[in-house]
Design a protein around this ligand. Sequence first.
Ligand code: ADP
Ligand code: ASP
Ligand code: MG
Length: 408
Amino acid sequence: MALLVQKYGGTSVGSIERIKAVAEKIIAYKNQGNDMVIVVSAMSGETNRLTDMAKQIDPAVRGRELDVLLTTGEQVTIALLSMALHKLGQPAVSYTGAQVKILTDNAYNKARILSIDSGNIQQDLAGGNVVVVAGFQGVDEKGNITTLGRGGSDTTGVALAAALKADECQIFTDVDGVYTTDPRVVPEARRLKKITFEEMLEMASLGSKVLQIRSVEFAGKYGVPLRVLSSFVEGEGTLITSENNEDDTVEQAVISGIAFNRDEAQLTINGVPDTPGVAYQILGPISDANIEVDMILQNVGADGTTDFTFTVNRNDYDMAFSILRKTLEKLGARVASGNNKIVKLSIVGVGMRSHAGIASKMFQILAKEGINILMISTSEIKISVVVEEKYLELGVRALHEGFDLAEK
Ligand code: ADP
Ligand code: ASP
Ligand code: MG
């Protein structure tokens, strides 16, 4: 008998019909002799709908009350799914994050899980129940409701699997696994049978939203066997593993996948006097405003001044620009400019470590399509470039083909 934690995403529980279908699926697993803990998201579109309402009151809304609002989405789904299970004769108990006691820190809207009290769940399982838990939410020490950031139900699933020492955490979604790139952009993309935690973490961090970054971090850290599967079609999905075992090395490609991120913006300040401390003077006020900087580029010109470019999340663009204008005056720099119509394309693969020339191949593929590269950044297992937004689809498709990732 196995203990399975299954997470069903928004589309999978997007209508009453789908909730009923999920209930049937769960019962089939239960009847095979498995103990079942289910994590659900809000019905598709619900979290956006709630966010939009809050923004109509305050466009810059954040903090405690937003979390009180957003957690209602998942509370609806746990109740409906439990009712559907009851109707089919399956005992089930629903829990909000606070009822389980998924303890988090108090960083509203992006809280981190600190611990999970699994006592009630264990008892309910022993009593033959399916346990249904609301994803994306927890409670801080003082009893305030918190949320884990968009896509956070994945993390609830993995954290519960770790706490309960489940045999597998299965993420059911609207694709049948992790693909070489988003199949919505490249229909020829190929499903990966396996991907390492390290690669999946890079893919997620570089924009592949199929799994929330923290869920992958958590699974890697606690050794939770993690699988991505479709709610709608049967299949083995994609297993996220700690290592490639031997028989995989034969088919191990140099590049495993291509990720992209549309939420990027670039800022540049030109003609900054090139003296020690300028990087700090430019980026210090940005980080003081809680704005995360991703890529950084600095060039020293012949006249002894420097040009400094960096990227931020597109949501932070306006604020970053107004901070940069103030810095411009302070430093006596020449000009500040920006572009919020840029995207980041990345190739990811552990095979890159042992292969030279991958970067130049990437640049050659993009050059052939006439795509200008604005910035480049590399690590051991990834290469990212910033390009203009209009080249996103073309660039991803060209790289997918150039690195021969499609189904053969
Ligand atoms: P859920 O609501 O179930 O959590 P998400 O929308 O968060 O689902 O994640 C699934 C989506 O992730 C897919 O529909 C797909 O468009 C997108 N996606 C992005 N990159 C990939 C990838 N490399 N492989 C599979 N899906 C991807
Ligand atoms: N409902 C939340 C969201 O849309 C959490 C999740 O679905 O994972 O981001
Ligand atoms: Mg998701």
